[in-house]
Design a protein around this ligand. Structure first.
Ligand code: FAD
Length: 487
């Protein structure tokens, strides 16, 4: 709630909006703020400018300074470069929202669709230095005071979504939750490209767009794209979250930013001898929760009764019916307890979205990545630029913590593609440049990307030290333009 001293109702609404800790509250307080200031959130073109003008509140000014600085980057051409473009973004995960922010800065009309009503993932994401810098520039610290304090380089998925949702709304992005995208509707009559939604009567169903960005998360493959499977050796990931009471004793416990078996044989041998738990690696972050992610060996999971029956197929092996959830809780608890030297007192499981102990097991044996990052579809003379970002472009291996960094890099590359599209660059060139940047994505590390974080922009050359945006030639992407037959 707003503090007592904010007597001006719009100031109070702004404070409530900034502090809101659930998706529902963010939307509620944003609506209240708009009501107080008589602002129409659909007026995307001048929303942010009017908001700044009407909310004359010292606490908001520091945020405007940050957002104005970002918006002043020459790449956006004062928000005019994509003023004629209308973009639909599927998914309000971190990458969908991060992309939406860039598209709004380019001046496009942006609508985000999210099938869930709430942001409930406690799991914690590792942040590369550039992502910390990027989020600070967007005012992350104003929305979440604890953001990357000291040497912290992580954030919970839900907190990251909340920050990005707030920035998106302030910049005039329309974010709809509780609405599922079910496919594209081809142009007909006067209508351009539209989306089939559930519920079908949703107002966003009438939105016509010329850019479609899919940020639907792992294994979501929109029509027209193909995924490759990268099959490695069996890798079973376990994540778990415990309540963080923020006591002095908890503060003393050191994080584990990633211990792999090859680097600390003794630790893993002792763990096995004392508990029967056999791991390849483990990470522990102290965030809003005590978060652990580990890769466990199948043999020990079978022996400890976590997996009931052995199957060679990973899907069958980890099917819910073949997993004893209570045994999994014990396994995760004991691994967390041992790896923190028994110093985390009263390890109590945090609740997940379903109100149950937040422990989950995932299969990383087979990772997916899209064959290409972009497409153009054309029907009845109406063109649609399509792009993939985040996990639906490249699925990350969580213990390595590459997900959000590569996710944001792809968001920026995609925004650069939309910029070229808005500028009328020939389609084949737009696609060829996007695919050239996509080629370097999987090799990126904090070491081989530019260290000049302050100069990061949507231009791939500002971030990748060795990118050749002509490495893929126009004739190589000809098949990425799908001309759909007119009927
Ligand atoms: P996501 O964050 O998955 O967002 C995709 C969004 O699209 C979701 O909100 C989804 O509801 C929405 N969506 C999907 N289909 C539709 C549709 N048809 N219509 C409307 N909306 C739709 N990474 C780690 O590094 N460590 C972890 O411990 C970890 N835990 C995870 C736990 C879970 C349960 C999941 C799903 C992912 C986890 N990840 C983890 C991955 C991490 O969340 C992503 O790398 C990161 O959030 C960036 O992903 P994204 O934005 O591309 O996709």
């Amino acid at each position: 709630m707003a503090s007592q001293d904010s007597e001006n109702p719009s100031h109070a609404a702004f404070e409530d909006f900034v502090q809101a800790q659930t998706c529902k509250d963010v939307k509620h307080h944003f609506a209240e703020l708009c009501k107080q200031l008589e602002l129409n959130p659909k007026d995307f073109r001048s929303f942010y400018a009017k908001l700044k003008e009407r909310l004359n509140y010292w606490k908001a000014k520091a945020l405007w300074t940050k957002l104005d600085k970002r918006a002043a980057h020459p790449d956006y051409q004062q928000g005019k470069v994509c003023a004629k473009n209308k973009c639909l973004v599927l998914g309000a995960g971190p990458c969908g929202l991060r992309t939406a922010i860039e598209l709004a800065l380019l001046g496009a009309q942006v609508v985000v669709l999210e099938k869930r009503e709430s942001f409930s993932r406690n799991n914690v994401l590792h942040l590369w230095p550039f992502t910390i810098c990027d989020l600070r520039v967007l005012g992350a610290k104003k929305f979440y005071g604890k953001f990357c304090c000291g040497s912290l380089d992580h954030i919970s998925i839900r907190q990251l979504q909340l920050i990005l949702l707030k920035v998106s709304l302030l910049l005039g992005v329309e974010v709809h939750t509780g609405v599922e995208f079910q496919g594209l509707i081809e142009p007909s009559g006067e209508n351009g490209w539209m989306a089939k939604l559930n519920p079908g009567s949703h107002p966003a169903a009438s939105f016509q767009f010329d850019v479609f960005i899919s940020a639907g998360g792992g294994r979501f493959v929109p029509d027209g794209f193909k995924h490759k499977e990268l099959r490695g050796k069996l890798a079973i990931g376990i994540t778990t979250n415990f309540v963080n009471r923020n006591t002095a004793a908890e503060a003393q416990v050191a994080e584990i930013s990633g211990v792999a078996r090859i680097y600390n044989q003794k630790f893993f041998q002792d763990l096995l001898t004392e508990t029967g738990i056999d791991l390849e690696n483990i990470v522990y972050y102290k965030d809003e929760t005590h978060y652990f992610v580990m890769t466990a060996k199948k043999k020990s999971l079978l022996k400890k009764g976590v997996i009931k029956q052995d199957y060679s197929d990973a899907e069958e092996l980890l099917a819910p019916a073949n997993v004893d959830h209570e045994a999994l809780c014990h396994y995760a608890h004991d691994a967390a307890y041992f790896s923190t030297g028994g110093k985390l007192p009263d390890l109590e499981f945090e609740k997940n979205h379903a109100g149950k102990a937040d422990v989950a097991m995932f299969d990383f044996t087979c990772m997916h990545r899209a064959e290409n990052a972009s497409l153009v579809r054309e029907r009845k003379g109406k063109k649609l630029l399509m792009g993939l970002v985040g996990d639906c472009l490249v699925e990350p291996f969580w213990p390595l913590g590459t997900g959000i960094a590569r996710g944001f890099l792809a968001s920026f590359d995609t925004a650069w593609m939309v910029r070229s599209w808005g500028m009328g660059v020939p389609h084949l060139k737009v696609l060829a440049e996007r695919e050239s940047a996509y080629q370097v994505l999987s090799q990126t590390t904090p070491e081989n990307t530019s260290k000049n974080y302050a100069s990061y922009s949507i231009n791939p050359k500002s971030r990748y030290t060795r990118v050749n945006l002509s490495s893929i030639l126009s004739h190589q992407v000809r098949t990425f333009i799908l001309y759909l037959h007119n009927t």
